[in-house]
Write a protein that binds this ligand. Structure first.
Ligand SMILES: Cc1cc2nc3c(=O)[nH]c(=O)nc-3n(C[C@H](O)[C@H](O)[C@H](O)COP(=O)(O)OP(=O)(O)OC[C@H]3O[C@@H](n4cnc5c(N)ncnc54)[C@H](O)[C@@H]3O)c2cc1C
Ligand code: SF4
Length: 327
């Protein structure tokens, strides 16, 4: 690990200012991602600005909206009764993430900003365009069992690691920020960027822009929702594929649907065509299978990960069956 400076900010403005004046400075919340990356020499911040004192960790319901502070811990949100009742896909995604110890330490903002788990990215002797643009991508033609079947490019085929981000994409959540240019509200669908030929640019966040909170608008399809995660072992493992899904079902007919896939693309992968195919259809196994086939229609494996296409389709069916029978 390279030497670095550490400072505590007292409020969001001070945090933003401290990072804004140093292009190599970073925020730190729980530290469960950034410190690992520093130990592996993948990230080399000159200064870590501790944001734990800048704001509270509140989760607040006001009318049809829930606001989650960026510094809320993953475990705070997973255990919150309003989240469990009105947005179970979010609680389920968090409860299936990492381990209890990590969830107690790790923040919501840090979770959304975590980097890919592509093993070449974390191995500084392997060529990786995300670490250094122009070096090449070791996963293309290499070990790519965990890599993308959607949204990859000739530069990068990694997958996004956050389970929470998949649930928030399906929920149409909004990320609120505070930066040198003022405040912004960014839809999750606009927050994550495809790699194209700049895989090093991962989000719409600017340098020194701080995530302050995430808001969810409540609706019946979010209240009747789930998160299905398929992984190599039952605990403490990232997704091979995952599905955040919700449906509003009235009298056996689907009125509204939300579906996003994880572990399949460099960003949380929303599938609007599959959602549209469910609306107006009976809540039956045949409708779920058809939607799953539509969801996976454009998927393309790159050798080691070809199995993910069928696996993800089956996970979509399983998620829809779970919420169909709950309704
Ligand atoms: C062994 C292990 C297993 C894991 N398994 C899973 C899993 O199954 N699913 C899953 O989703 N995650 C998993 N994770 C990732 C874990 O959820 C993240 O490490 C954690 O959420 C990061 O939060 P943090 O507060 O510790 O972030 P930090 O390490 O403090 O920060 C991470 C990054 O986010 C930035 N940042 C932090 N807060 C803000 C903010 N408010 N605004 C802007 N930038 C910010 C930091 O500058 C840094 O770049 C795992 C991690 C480990 C180590
Ligand atoms: S898939 Fe992306 S992160 Fe992995 S080696 Fe290729 S460029 Fe790097």
């Amino acid at each position: 690990m390279k030497p670095f400076r550490y400072a505590r900010a007292r409020d969001p403005q001070e945090a933003v200012q401290m990072v804004a004046v140093d292009a190599a400075a970073s925020f730190v919340a729980g530290g469960t991602t950034v410190l690992d990356l520093m130990k592996d020499d993948v990230e080399r911040p000159s200064l870590l600005v501790d944001i734990n004192g800048v704001a509270g960790r509140a989760i607040v319901r006001a009318g049809d909206e829930i606001a989650i502070a960026a510094l809320a811990r993953m475990s705070d949100v997973a255990d919150d009764p309003e989240i469990a009742k009105h947005a179970p896909m979010v609680a389920n995604a968090l409860l299936q993430s990492a381990s209890p110890q990590l969830r107690n330490m790790a923040s919501i903002g840090g979770n959304l900003m975590q980097r890919t788990r592509c093993s070449y990215f974390r191995d500084i002797v392997a060529p990786c365009n995300k670490r250094r643009r122009g070096d090449g991508c070791s996963a293309i033609g290499g070990e790519n069992r965990r890599h993308a079947i959607f949204g990859g490019s000739e530069s990068c085929i990694c997958v996004h690691a956050s389970d929470l981000a998949v649930a928030l994409a399906a929920a149409d959540a909004t990320i609120h920020t505070n930066g040198p240019g003022g405040t912004r509200a960014i839809q999750v669908s606009d927050f994550y960027l495809l790699p194209r030929d700049t895989p090093n640019v991962e989000t719409a966040l600017h340098h020194a822009e701080l995530i302050s909170s995430v808001t969810l608008s409540l609706d019946p399809a979010l209240a009747n929702s789930t998160y299905v995660k398929v992984r190599d072992r039952a605990q403490y493992e990232f997704a091979l594929v995952s599905v955040a899904a919700g449906m509003e079902i009235v009298g056996g007919t689907i009125r509204a649907a939300r579906i996003a896939l994880g572990g399949v693309a460099p960003i949380p992968w929303r599938v609007p065509e599959a959602e549209a195919a469910l609306v107006g259809r009976p809540a039956t196994a045949a409708s779920y299978r058809e939607a799953a086939e539509i969801a996976l229609a454009g998927a393309r494996g790159c050798g080691g990960n070809d199995f993910k296409v069928a696996l993800a389709a089956n996970a979509v069916v399983r998620a829809l069956e779970q919420i169909g029978s709950a309704a």
